[in-house]
Design a protein around this ligand. Structure first.
Ligand code: OAD
Length: 245
């Protein structure tokens, strides 16, 4: 089973900024002002506006999945079709497990069926009063009411902020423990817990591949690297995987 972790780099050529590159989001705004529970308490409008801007950007015509997203969807479809893949592995054990730190929906729009959003989803909102979650495609304001409990001013984007616990950790750990190959795509690998996955799989002697614009600080821990824009490097890697029987 192949475990794939993706980060902001895979969506860069789709028109979305990364965080820590020289033109990245965290060079323009402070994390403490827009991406922590404390920021939301102190200035909710500022936080909502930051995500309103990013949500509008994601929904604009300028943003679309690129060849890297499409290649991962093709990989999933082809591996699932392979003889023996389904009966031996079952529905709960897919041949590809895709975890993304991205809050965009470009993997889904690229055709991926199973996507684990460990940092949440920007096109969903959650209510801090009743904790229900729902799709939310327009701007979020303090005037909005929760469609479930009617509380006003308690809606926030369903994204994981710093100091909050990422989603689906048990499912991720289970899949890390059973994978035969670990592949990290377009992530700087500095944000925990995703930053620890490489050490977990290395401890289990699982081969690891890095795909990135350039080697990251952890490049020497990977067994192989594919370097260049994700739209080229990911399809190249996928072609090589699918060439093998
Ligand atoms: P970063 O901005 O930290 O890293 C982006 C990575 O993508 C870098 O290693 C770049 O070299 C690489 N990259 C840039 N352009 C690329 C391209 N065209 N093709 C391939 N690689 C490219 O983003 P993440 O690692 O995703 O969390 O950041 C992790 C988390 O930190 C995010 O989910 C977000 C952020 O703070 C929260 O907001 C909680």
């Amino acid at each position: 089973m192949i475990f794939v972790l993706t980060g902001a780099g895979i969506s860069k050529e789709s028109g979305l900024d990364t965080f820590r590159d020289k033109d990245g989001l965290w060079t323009k705004v402070n994390i403490e002002d827009v991406a922590t529970p404390r920021a939301f308490k102190k200035d909710p409008k500022r936080v909502l506006d930051f995500y309103n801007f990013r949500r509008r950007e994601l929904l604009s015509d300028n943003v679309a999945p690129n060849a890297a997203h499409l290649a991962l969807a093709r990989l999933e479809a082809e591996l699932t079709k392979r003889p023996g893949a389904k009966p031996s592995r079952g529905k709960d054990k897919p041949p590809l497990f895709l975890v993304t730190q991205n809050v965009d929906n470009l993997h889904e729009r690229g055709g991926s069926k199973q996507v684990c959003h460990t940092h949440g989803r920007m096109l969903w909102a959650k209510c801090e009063a009743c904790h229900k979650k729902f799709e939310w495609l327009k701007d979020l304001t303090l005037e909005d009411r929760c469609p479930v409990c009617q509380a006003q001013g308690r809606l926030r984007p369903d994204v994981v902020w710093f100091e909050e616990i990422p989603y689906h950790l048990e499912e991720i750990e289970r899949n890390l423990a059973r994978c035969d190959l670990f592949v990290s795509i377009g992530t700087s690998g500095v944000v925990y817990p995703a930053a620890s996955y490489l050490r977990v799989v290395k401890g289990l002697n699982v081969p690891a591949v890095e795909i990135n614009l350039a080697p990251t600080g952890a490049a020497n821990l990977y067994d192989k690297g594919y370097y260049g824009p994700a739209s080229q490097a990911v399809p190249r890697w996928v072609d090589e995987v699918l060439e093998k029987p």
